[in-house]
Design a protein around this ligand. Structure first.
Ligand SMILES: C=C(O[C@@H]1C=C(C(=O)O)C=C[C@H]1O)C(=O)O
Length: 362
């Protein structure tokens, strides 16, 4: 179900119509000096809106650097006073949230592990009730769009209107080149279900390494993302957390220079006309594809009928294997992506078998 939540655009709280939103800063605040020096370097770039810095770090296993705690909020206050940047940090419970409200932290975000826990999100929302806080919600660690939406709804029910979702990738279940694999189809689904929710991308947690940051960020802009949250440290080689994925403020600037920003729409009638013409052709083709699928289905049910009369199984594994080989060869010849064709025919085949078993067992 598509829901129209009363969510404000990012420009409402950044007071800046110049998209995209850029949130940058170290993974963790380590010392007052590191906090301020990194902030001074980042503040030189007018593209940076919010200075981020982790104060309470949710670490996978105990024993690693778990953040400096509340003293970090004092350092963020100094950053705000000195540079004029908005400041933000991650909150993972009611106590963190209260401390941030007291310190006047402008932007709070809920981390991926917290988003996965409705109790945690609710406790944060309860503290924020009645405030005009700005809250960003990272995707849960698993690609569950409803859980992500649920967290956003809990905050919205508490009256929070400055909401932003952050795509930071999902925990991989097998070896991938990413630390957390990006799953653009989950993002597309989120945008479909909550059309007015701004969404930004955290390429640092997706990439896990500096070298991949550019390609992930560009892909995010190609998908129409509203901004980026990027980890940046004055000297990443000495960072106490996420050393491999942070950029110096200078390298962040160079990366931003190279990124091509794209708009959802442009005001150009001849572009619109050409697009309409091509989209009409796609509509006609999709129509034909569906008519062909419907005709295919009729043959599948005729075959189902014969199978029932002759007590033959619905699933015919030899025929299916032969078909798969034939379809993937054809995909190659036609320049179609083999994996896509495999998945497409798996779906078609699954549906045929479902139809036939339902009919045979009736
Ligand atoms: C249609 C049939 O039944 C099943 C469905 C198939 C299909 O959708 O093409 C192929 C093999 C069978 O597993 C058939 O036996 O040919």
């Amino acid at each position: 179900m598509v829901t129209e939540l009363d969510i404000r655009p990012i420009s409402h709280w950044t007071q800046d119509e110049k998209y995209p939103l850029l949130v940058a800063g170290p993974c963790s605040l380590e010392t007052e000096e590191q906090t301020l020096e990194t902030a001074r370097l980042l503040a030189k770039d007018p593209r940076v809106h919010v200075y981020r810095g982790g104060v309470w770090k949710p670490r996978t296993r105990p024993g690693s650097f778990e953040g400096v705690g509340e003293i970090g909020l004092e350092w963020l206050k100094k950053v705000k006073a000195e540079t004029g940047l908005k400041v933000g940090t991650e909150v993972a419970n009611a106590q963190h949230t209260e401390a941030c409200l007291k310190a006047g932290i402008d932007v709070l975000w809920v981390g991926a592990r917290s988003t996965a826990s409705p109790f945690v999100v609710q406790e944060i929302a309860d503290v924020l009730k009645g405030t005009d806080a700005t809250v960003m919600v990272k995707n849960p660690v698993n690609p569950d769009v409803q859980l992500w939406i649920g967290a956003i709804e809990r905050l919205h029910q508490a009256g929070i209107k400055n909401l932003v979702a952050i795509h930071r990738g999902f925990t991989p279940f097998q070896e991938t080149k990413y630390r957390n694999y990006p799953r653009w189809k989950t993002l597309i689904e989120l945008k479909r279900l909550l059309p007015n929710l701004p969404v930004i991308c955290d390429p640092s947690h997706i990439a896990g390494k500096r070298e991949l940051l550019f390609e992930v960020s560009q892909k995010a802009f190609d998908m129409g993302i509203d901004g980026l949250m990027v980890e940046s440290h004055r000297d990443p080689s000495c960072a106490l957390s996420d050393a491999a994925q942070q950029l110096t403020p200078t390298d962040l600037g160079s990366m931003l220079d190279k990124l091509v920003l794209r708009k959802l729409h442009i005001d150009n009638p001849s572009f619109e006309n050409k697009l309409d013409e091509l989209r009409n052709r796609i509509d006609a083709m999709d129509h034909e594809v569906m008519e062909l699928l419907s005709s295919r289905n009729k043959i599948v049910s005729q075959i189902g009928n014969y199978k029932k009369e002759n007590n033959v199984t619905a699933l015919q594994i030899d025929r299916w294997t032969e078909m798969m080989n034939n379809r993937t060869n054809l995909a190659q010849k036609l320049g179609l992506d083999e994996t896509f064709i495999k998945i497409l025919f798996q779906l078609i085949h699954e549906d045929s078998v479902r139809q036939q078993t339902e009919f045979i067992d009736k």
